[in-house]
Design a protein around this ligand. Structure first.
Ligand SMILES: CC(C)=CCC/C(C)=C/CC/C(C)=C/CC/C(C)=C/[C@@H]1[C@@H](COP(=O)(O)OP(=O)(O)O)[C@]1(C)CC/C=C(\C)CC/C=C(\C)CCC=C(C)C
Ligand SMILES: Nc1ncnc2c1ncn2[C@@H]1O[C@H](COP(=O)(O)OP(=O)(O)OP(=O)(O)O)[C@@H](O)[C@H]1O
Ligand SMILES: [Mn+2]
Length: 337
């Protein structure tokens, strides 16, 4: 970056740029740009998309696999959106989270407005600006996501599911809305015979997939989150199953915990089912990737069950060979459902 050049391959494997740190926590290495003159964009559009691709490939194997099934223009747009979302999430979840304040998020929101006005603030933004010129993305879901990260700044407990649902919309339902603008709808999807030209926009279903993913993410990461002092499971649910906050802190895996987890897993599955109904309204070339991403993420719920609900000291994941087995099933669903 110092000499105005960027080598995306090196940038990811040998962290030297502003968006990577040298020794961060092992699972995540992204970091926000420091507001310095050297952060001014100098990458070409191609180079910027390559940065986005590498980050998505490295940090989101599930979603990356889905994007590989898309036409190239849509695929790279999703990578650009992924990088912006990941950087936003990193503000409150990454290594620099302790120094993030409401003002940091205000600043991030002003940067967002500049990007939407066509002014990239650093190399990665070059890709997002290009995506915004190509696809009809609205700024509101991006703003809503920042509002979701604000919640993480001042909240570590949710009393009711309604409160958690709002959080899930903001940090993940918004991703469904952003992605939909890229994926596009099938303009011949009119469902009412008396209105054959009406196009159905599956917004609720797109949000439902984001919420389903986020609920799954919350169930998978219960142990990790508790260690960081965070409880996303609604406290009203803990009470309903007579499972105390202290039990959660102690990682107690008993009948009460398993009944609570079964309840939460069924709730997440209901959101997945709502989302599934919207996929056929999407553009034909988007259905296979979305079915794949959906089935892979939903598969994590089965793994949690197979692990006997132990999310305290092991992480539930779908092994790669199994991920590949989902591909033909997802393809078939994309053709017939
Ligand atoms: C295949 C495809 C279209 C993927 C979209 C990829 C994308 C743009 C992802 C952005 C994800 C992101 C970084 C969001 C920031 C907030 C956050 C962390 C949300 C959680 C993701 C977790 O990912 P991961 O497992 O890597 O978590 P860790 O940080 O490692 O703990 C979320 C669970 C939310 C992801 C939400 C979606 C991908 C929304 C999907 C919805 C659609 C593609 C809409 C489809 C349309 C219809 C009609 C069904
Ligand atoms: N396919 C896999 N094979 C082996 N271990 C895996 C696999 N996927 C995830 N893991 C385990 O989960 C840990 C990190 O999960 P991570 O969130 O990076 O998963 P991921 O591959 O990015 O998938 P996702 O896109 O679902 O988040 C890894 O360090 C490893 O322990
Ligand atoms: Mn991940």
């Amino acid at each position: 970056m110092a000499n105005g050049q960027i080598s995306p391959q090196r940038a990811v494997t040998k962290p030297q740029s502003w968006w990577l740190t040298s020794e961060p926590r092992p699972s995540l290495m992204l970091q926000l740009p420091k507001p310095s003159p050297s952060a001014k964009p100098c990458a070409s559009v191609e180079e910027a998309y390559e940065i986005c691709r590498q980050v998505t490939a490295q940090y989101a194997k599930t979603f990356y696999l889905g994007t590989l099934l898309m036409p190239p223009a849509k695929r790279r747009a999703i990578w650009a959106i992924y990088l912006w979302c990941r950087r936003t999430d990193e503000l409150v979840d990454g290594p620099q989270a302790a120094t993030t304040t409401p003002e940091t998020l205000d600043h991030w929101e002003r940067r967002l407005e500049a990007i939407f006005a066509g002014h990239p603030q650093d190399d990665a933004d070059v890709a997002l600006v290009d995506t915004l010129e190509t696809f009809p993305l609205d700024i509101q879901p991006f703003r809503d996501m920042i509002a979701g990260q604000r919640m993480d700044l001042y909240r570590s407990r949710y009393q009711t599911f309604e409160e958690l649902d709002l959080y899930c919309y903001r940090v993940a339902g918004t991703v469904g809305l952003m992605s939909s603008a890229v994926l596009g709808v099938d303009t011949g999807n009119g469902q009412a015979p008396w209105q054959p030209d009406a196009v159905y926009i599956p917004q609720e279903e797109a949000i439902a997939l984001g919420v389903a993913n986020q609920l799954t993410n919350i169930l998978r990461d219960v142990g990790e989150d508790v260690e960081r002092g965070r409880i996303y499971l609604p406290l009203e649910d803990l009470e309903r199953f007579d499972y105390g906050e202290q039990d959660l802190l102690n990682g107690v895996n008993d009948d009460r915990w398993r009944r609570l987890m079964k309840f939460e897993i069924e709730r997440a599955r209901a959101y997945f089912e709502d989302a599934e109904r919207g996929i056929r309204a999407l553009n034909r070339d988007a259905r296979w990737p979305v079915w794949t991403a959906l089935m892979l993420y939903k598969g994590i719920l089965n793994v949690i069950e197979a692990n006997n609900y132990n999310v305290f000291d092991r992480r539930a994941y779908v092994p790669t060979p199994k991920k590949l087995l989902y591909l033909p099933v997802a393809w078939l669903r994309a053709q017939v459902l």
